[in-house]
Structure formats: C-alpha cells, structure tokens
Design a protein around this ligand. Structure first.
Ligand SMILES: CC(C)(COP(=O)(O)OP(=O)(O)OC[C@H]1O[C@@H](n2cnc3c(N)ncnc32)[C@H](O)[C@@H]1O)[C@@H](O)C(=O)NCCC(=O)NCCS
Ligand SMILES: Nc1ncnc2c1ncn2[C@@H]1O[C@H](COP(=O)(O)OP(=O)(O)OP(=O)(O)O)[C@@H](O)[C@H]1O
Length: 203
C-alpha cells in the first residue's frame, strides 16, 4: 500500500522548496498549483466560466489568463475568491485524484499531494498523513515580499486569504519548521518520512 501524504503550508512558507526535496528522494509529487494553471488554459471548461464570471478584463491580449489581474481581484474580495474557487477547484481535484490513483496502482511506496489549500478546502480525507511546512509570520511576510517583489499590502492580502500558518501546524500530523537553513529543513523532512516508513533513508 502506498502512503498518501498531503503537503501544505501557507503562502511562501516553503512548500515548493520541500516538494523539490521530496522529488529528489524519488517520491512522486502531484502539484495542485500546477494543475490549477492547466485547467484554466484556453479551451478548458474553467477558462470559459472565468470569462463569463469575471469578464474580458482578466485576460491578456494573447487570450491567456492575466493571473496578476485576477489575483488583484480575488485576494481582496472573499466573495469573488469563492466564485473562482468554485470554478477551478473541482477540475483540479478531479485531475489530482486521477494522478494519485495512478501512483497508488503502480504501488509506489509513497505519493505526495502538494495542496496549498488542503485544510481550507477540507481535503484531508484524501490523504493518509498531513505535513505542514511552517515559518514564523515575520519570515513569511519577508520571503513573500522578496520572492514576488510585492508590497507589504499585497503580500498581507494573500497571507490573510489563508488559515494562519501557526494554526495549520497544529492541525497537521507533522510540521517542519522552515525558518532556518534549507539543510535543517531537509533533516526534519528526512526524519519524518523515515518515521512514516515513506522513505528508506540512506545506507
Ligand atoms: C488567482 C490566481 C490566478 C493568481 O495566480 P498567481 O500566478 O499570481 O499565483 P499562484 O497561482 O502561483 O498562487 C500562489 C499561491 O497563492 C495562494 N492561493 C492561490 N489561490 C488561492 C485561493 N483561491 N485562496 C487562497 N490562497 C490562494 C496559494 O498559496 C498559492 O500557492 C491563481 O492563484 C488562481 O487561479 N487561484 C485559484 C485556484 C487555487 O485555489 N489555487 C491554489 C490551490 S489549487
Ligand atoms: N529555509 C529557507 N531559507 C531561506 N529562504 C527560503 C527557505 N525556504 C524557502 N525559501 C525561499 O522563500 C520563498 C518561498 O518559498 P517557496 O516558494 O518554497 O514557498 P511556497 O510555500 O511554495 O509558496 P507558494 O504558496 O506561493 O507556492 C522562496 O523565494 C524560497 O526560495
């Protein structure tokens, strides 16, 4: 039986950093953010629904979604965010579960579902274990502003669209503190995966 692990965090706490360490351990990772980009490509059902709901203003001249424009709307308006989630999430969930089932069928030792909104969307029942990547809130804000070259206000509106990271850490089966070096993060990750029997360790 494969162990299905739900990996989450809050924005810019280091989920992608940990996901890439997991891939280096040859454990497959299914990335919900990546799927959420695929399902809004031209021709997809969600693309048309976004056009009907949010109008032409959230599309670029080449026809692709203008992610920054849509982000400015939904990260500042809970009702609009819910409308977008209702369009995008079902399609993402369907593709994610298909991929999960393929890996389970292949009999991989573990498979990781990287889902930013694992707790917000109540998806914990799709996984056997939940793993949160956490940092303190000052570090989160600083890393987010640096990575996205965003203002404090933009960064805070994105942070406030999710459950606070300290609460997620308490909800999880295990949490990694990613406030320090990446090397320290890797060591915590290896111990947890080894303890869960998801990884055989190095000889
Ligand atoms: C609004 C969009 C177009 C902005 O795109 P942008 O390229 O600027 O951001 P990106 O998609 O890379 O998301 C960055 C991070 O923002 C956070 N985030 C994204 N969407 C949401 C949301 N609906 N609610 C709360 N946080 C969110 C996540 O932590 C995510 O990792 C995009 O985030 C989107 O389509 N969101 C709805 C789908 C969604 O919920 N995706 C996240 C999990 S499936
Ligand atoms: N231990 C660390 N030390 C220093 N910088 C780090 C560390 N971990 C991650 N970072 C940096 O912090 C930023 C956020 O990390 P990352 O992109 O992995 O977060 P995320 O949780 O995947 O974000 P998102 O929710 O937006 O997808 C990146 O610029 C990354 O390089």
């Amino acid at each position: 039986m494969s162990l299905v692990i739900g990996l989450t965090g809050s924005i810019a706490t280091g989920k992608s950093t940990v996901a890439s360490m997991i891939k280096d351990m040859n454990i497959p990772v299914i990335d919900a953010d990546e799927l959420s980009r695929e399902v809004v490509e031209p021709g997809e059902a969600a693309y048309q629904q976004i056009k009907e709901t949010f109008g032409e203003g959230v599309f670029q001249t080449d026809g692709f979604l203008d992610r920054k424009a849509l982000g400015r709307i939904i990260f500042n308006d809970e009702e609009k965010r819910k409308q977008l989630n209702d369009i995008v999430h079902p399609a993402v969930r369907e593709r994610m579960l298909e991929k999960r089932d393929d890996y389970v069928e292949q009999g991989t030792r573990a498979v990781v579902l990287d889902i930013p909104l694992l707790f917000e969307s109540g998806l914990s029942h799709y996984v056997d274990r939940t793993l949160v990547v956490a940092v303190d809130e000052d570090t989160q804000l600083k890393r987010l502003m640096e990575r996205d070259e965003s203002t404090r206000e933009e960064a805070l509106s994105r942070i406030n669209a999710q459950i606070p990271i300290s609460e997620k850490a308490e909800m999880a089966d295990a949490a990694i503190d990613n406030s320090d070096t990446k090397e320290q993060t890797l060591q915590q990750l290896q111990s947890i995966l080894w303890y869960w029997d998801a990884w055989e360790g190095t000889e």
